[in-house]
Design a protein around this ligand. Structure first.
Ligand code: NAD
Length: 447
């Protein structure tokens, strides 16, 4: 099959690489000329395990192409995927300008029956808007070409995106046209070899499913963060509570880790967008509003704990941050809790030494240039270099490489042996045996 994917970011590039891996011919289109030139040379714009190899190999085979020209991509194209960003608008709703711009352009270039797939996360009703602008473009051309619009939301997780795309839990296809459903079934057949993973439904139901999934996951995290806050006051160890409730099959172990808040390009944006949609419909979203509020508070938890321990004036103090990306396995810094924390520490007068296995280049753009010019924020090449002469280590992102650090060696190079564990990654008893003072999230341990 011939596929065109418009938007070559996390979702577009992973989808393109995976479809080409299954034998489809894929053209990835983006407005970012530099990104396209780099991709042609095998230079990827993002870090995602396993992706580089898929992109380079399939590009060599001629199955994966990159261009800035939608028109050239439209030649002999069966399916267009729209995978551009849907950033939050000022009122929290999803900004659809890029999606609709792409839809308008698709209407200008198609030359036979085409299926247009909304892969971006878009509010209920967007497929109708896409249909309208494509039709307007066709009308302007005096064309009576037929087309269908499908909602096919993406559920990949950054950090495991390739695997998620190649082995999805399910493939949601929202569509009213049997012709388009037939084509989508063919397209996804290679991903459904062991069982039929395609769930078909109405377009609006599919659009809503994506928001409901992300809101449910964000709710689990915020719920657990609230439990941690209550546990801390009660002298209860939330880690024991987590194990206790996770063993209940109705609850399960995933997404119930307390921590310093969720980030990324999806959960915060999608929860806020659903809040907006809900209010527009006259429904006050009590649960969702609390989920978002709890998460904002949670991103302040580490900064508050540090100030409780060291005082509000942090002048002269140096903190080592391990982990900058919003979660392990990605270089994505969007809405990362580390941003809130570092801004807070620097505002209180502290100096920050930071290390992340892959996100340091991305991190540079997230902070005021003055932080670097004045040496208030310094990035180090190894986690141990970042620790030298610091007053405390703050674990923010639970990369695997941080799981079992050499505490004894660390203690020797630090000014004070204090650890703030923003992800409850460590065993407090073991950390204390090495002479560290331990501060976790909702933890009560020892005596
Ligand atoms: P991204 O910002 O990484 O990539 C978007 C790409 O679209 C960029 O390369 C940009 O240059 C390009 N673009 C913008 N306007 C364009 C245009 N008119 N023509 C061609 N290209 C254009 O975004 P992303 O993280 O891949 O997310 C894309 C969508 O998928 C969003 O709606 C997001 O909510 C959703 N989504 C993201 C994830 C994720 O984990 N990142 C997972 C599921 C769904």
């Amino acid at each position: 099959m011939n596929i065109t994917i418009v938007g070559t970011g996390y979702v577009g590039l992973v989808s393109g690489a995976c479809f080409s891996e299954m034998g489809s011919t894929v053209t990835c289109v983006d407005v970012d000329e530099q990104k396209i030139e780099n991709l042609k040379k095998g230079i990827l714009p993002i870090y995602e395990p396993g992706l580089e190899n898929l992109v380079i190999e399939n590009h060599k085979e001629g199955l994966l192409r990159f261009t800035t020209s939608l028109e050239s991509a439209a030649q002999e194209c069966d399916v267009f995927f729209i995978a551009v960003g849907t950033p939050p608008d000022e009122d929290g709703s999803a900004d659809l300008q890029y999606v609709l711009q792409v839809a308008r352009n698709i209407g200008r270039v198609i030359n036979s029956y085409t299926v247009i797939v909304d892969k971006s996360t878009v509010p209920v009703g967007t497929a109708d808007k896409v249909k309208k602008v494509v039709q307007e473009s066709l009308d302007k051309r005096g064309s009576d070409l037929e087309f269908d619009v499908v909602s096919n939301p993406e559920f990949l997780k950054e950090g495991a995106a390739v695997n998620d795309f190649l082995s999805p839990d399910r493939i949601i296809v929202g569509c009213d046209s049997p012709r388009a459903i037939k084509l989508m079934k063919r397209l996804y057949a290679p991903f459904s070899r062991n069982r039929d993973k395609l769930i078909t439904m109405k377009v609006r139901d599919a659009e809503m499913t994506k928001y409901a999934v992300n809101s449910m996951l964000a709710t689990k995290i915020s719920f657990m963060n609230e439990m941690a806050t209550i546990c801390e006051r009660l002298g209860v160890d939330v880690e024991n509570v987590r194990k206790g409730i996770g063993s209940d099959q109705r609850i399960g172990y995933s997404f119930i880790y307390p921590g310093c808040g969720y980030g990324g390009s999806c959960f915060p944006k999608d929860v806020n967008a659903l809040i907006r949609t809900s209010r527009d419909m006259g429904v006050e979203p009590h649960v969702l509003a609390s989920v978002a509020r709890r998460n904002s508070l949670q991103k302040e938890v580490l900064g508050n704990k540090i100030k409780e321990r060291f005082g509000n004036d942090l002048c002269g103090k140096i903190f080592c941050i391990w982990g900058l990306s919003f979660k392990p396995g990605t270089d994505d810094m969007r809405e990362a809790p580390a941003i809130v924390l570092i801004n807070e520490l620097v505002a209180a007068g502290a100096t920050v030494h930071a290390y992340d296995p892959v996100a340091m280049t991305q991190a540079v753009g997230e902070f005021s240039p003055s932080f670097f010019q004045e040496n208030r924020l310094r990035l180090f090449k190894t986690p141990y270099d970042a620790l030298v002469d610091t007053d405390a280590l703050v674990l923010v992102t639970e990369w695997k490489t941080f799981r079992q650090p050499a505490f004894q060696a660390m203690a020797k190079v630090m000014r004070q042996q204090i650890l703030f564990d923003g992800r409850n990654l460590y065993d407090p008893g073991e950390v204390q045996e090495h002479g560290f003072e331990y501060h976790g999230i909702g933890r009560n341990f020892g005596g």
